[in-house]
Design a protein around this ligand. Structure first.
Ligand SMILES: Cc1ncc(C[n+]2csc(CCOP(=O)(O)OP(=O)(O)O)c2C)c(N)n1
Length: 319
């Protein structure tokens, strides 16, 4: 597949934006300004950009507790997104959801989910509605390797396959479910092999190579838009930080992070684009500065937004 120059640059810019957002979130959290728990997607940016860049506004995404990256690319307003992470009134969910249950319906970010695997059945409902309404919109549901042993995963993919729903299952296989290595919770090498059991296409790819992710995802997207049903994509990748911010990562073998850092997604993309003469050091500097400015503006907006009042507790209660 030939990827255009414009798309290549867009993929790169989106990865820079995710990296900048997450790096800022890490610092803000460490400074005690952000309440609750946060789980960062640093190191897995290629999986977010390569899958969300090809989507349209009316396509829907469901993500996990590690979901900032997907929402940044899908087009959630950065200021309102940051305010949500700060738990403030101007957040997309008026400060009620925070990081782990973030949603922004307007941009198609239908919900993050802190309950492992449980975004899958909800996403199936939306994909069913898309098909029932005869649209050609598509739903994408993201999950980690840890979710692949849940009942929701198996029941969900089976149902989506039987109904030929316009949904794409995307697994970020970052080798760990919290502190448990994949070797301890999965008997197979490639999660995508499970697709065979549901009669759908499946593919395992290098999740650090944004162009490979994009290519694989575009095939799945075409398949879904044409009414041919779901695909299961597994990207092999690695998270840099702990499971949550503050996790000391004692369960990782020495040198593992360093090995993965040698093939880190942003640098891989940057090197390729430089080699293809699509990007200069000057461009890189400019792109990074622009991203920094956007995120700083978002953080300052969040800081100025008020904490929700007690009266907020009783709003939007239906019964
Ligand atoms: C149903 C359920 N079981 C256990 C947990 C505790 N828990 C939170 S995240 C997590 C691991 C998730 O791993 P994975 O799905 O691989 O995603 P990752 O954190 O690697 O992105 C677990 C077990 C939970 N939130 N929900």
């Amino acid at each position: 597949m030939k990827i255009s120059k414009e798309i290549k640059l867009e993929l790169y810019k989106k990865m820079v934006l995710i990296r900048t957002f997450e790096t800022a979130a890490s610092k803000i959290f460490a400074a005690g300004e952000m309440p609750g728990f946060i789980h960062l997607v640093l190191g897995e940016e290629a999986m977010c950009a390569g899958t969300v860049v090809p989507l349209r506004k009316d396509d829907c995404i469901f993500t996990t507790h590690r979901g900032h990256g997907h929402c940044v690319v899908k087009g959630a307003d950065l200021k309102r997104m940051m305010a949500e992470l700060f738990g403030r009134i101007d957040g997309c969910c008026r400060g009620r959801a925070g990081s782990m249950h973030f949603a922004d319906i307007e941009s198609g970010c239908m919900g993050s989910n802190g309950v492992v695997g449980q975004g899958i059945p909800i996403a199936i409902g939306v994909a069913y509605a898309q098909k029932y309404r005869k649209t050609d919109a598509v739903t994408v549901v993201f999950f980690g390797d840890g979710a692949c042993g849940t009942g929701a995963f198996h029941e969900g993919i089976n149902m989506a396959a039987v109904l030929k729903l316009p949904i794409i299952f995307v697994c970020h296989n970052n080798l760990y479910a919290q502190m448990t290595s994949i070797k301890w919770h999965s008997p197979i090498e490639n999660i995508s092999d499970r697709a065979l059991g549901y009669g759908i296409p499946g593919e395992s790819i290098d999740g650090n190579d944004v162009f490979k992710v994009y290519e694989s995802f575009c095939k799945a997207l075409k398949h879904a838009r044409e009414g041919k049903g779901p695909t299961l994509i597994e990207g092999k990748t690695y998270r840099w930080h702990g499971h949550f911010e503050g996790d000391p990562c004692k369960y990782r073998p020495e040198g593992e992070l360093e090995e993965w850092m040698k093939r880190e997604p942003l640098k891989l993309c940057e090197d390729q684009l430089k080699e293809e003469k699509l990007l200069t050091d000057e461009d890189i500097k400019k792109i990074k500065e622009e991203a920094e400015a956007k995120i700083e503006e978002a953080a300052n907006f969040a800081r100025k937004s008020p904490v929700p009042g007690v009266e907020e507790i009783f709003k939007d209660i239906y019964a």
